[in-house]
Design a protein around this ligand. Sequence first.
Ligand code: GLP
Length: 261
Amino acid sequence: MEILIRETPEAGCRLAAKIIAKVVHEKPAAVLGLATGRTPLQLYRELIRLHREEGLSFKDVTTFNLDEYVGLPPTHDQSYRFFMQENLFRHIDIDPARTHVPNGTAADLQSECRAYEERIASAGGIDLQLLGLGRNGHIGFNEPTGSLRSRTWIKILSEQTLRDNSAVFGSFDTMPHHAITMGVGTILEARHLLLLAFGPAKVRAAMEMIEGPLAAICPASALQLHPRATIVLDEAAAAGLQSAEHYRWIDRHKLDWQRYE
Ligand code: GLP
């Protein structure tokens, strides 16, 4: 794992935007896996700025989002499709037909899961998958103890996740309790993983992901298996890491071609 610690979430997001911009510059028809949540908001703002001010074009890019709540239509202001439209897609030159978010209102959710996998495969697989980190170690909506080889599936959200995400829904009871999410196995097939985690609420999950054992109780620990996983933390999220000095040492001694900034 490549662990990059930056002072603030803003600095972490600027770095993440550079990593994504590099992928798109090198491969204009790149396939990007995208994530929602509070964590990537600043990153999306930076990508929009790069598009407006520095000519970064997404016109040939294809995207696949990690997950969607079951039962929320794209018009619902808490659906992940709505989030992506508002926070990224409508501000850049991406072709809407190339943006994919799982359909949480499909009549047959199992066949939507299979179809989503097929859509990813027929786009040639994902070049770079962006990830956030749940407080309980989840990635996408793969909650603790879910299979580390899972494919796109329907997950029951844990109490912790419902509590963390309920503020925007008004209440715990009225929010969806299920989601459709890429599986951990699906995520691990992306050619490059880029996970962002900021703030003190993520200290424990970051420790377990990076320094804990590979274990389904922390789905993000599956990143230890990936040949190219980049993890960007701010100082607050990195506060519990035992080997933080080692990660900083590695970061300082990179060869030029290994650097993003
Ligand atoms: C949500 C999403 C994840 C996200 C995580 C963290 O439930 N399904 O994709 O990474 O939880 O969210 P946040 O960035 O708001 O802390």
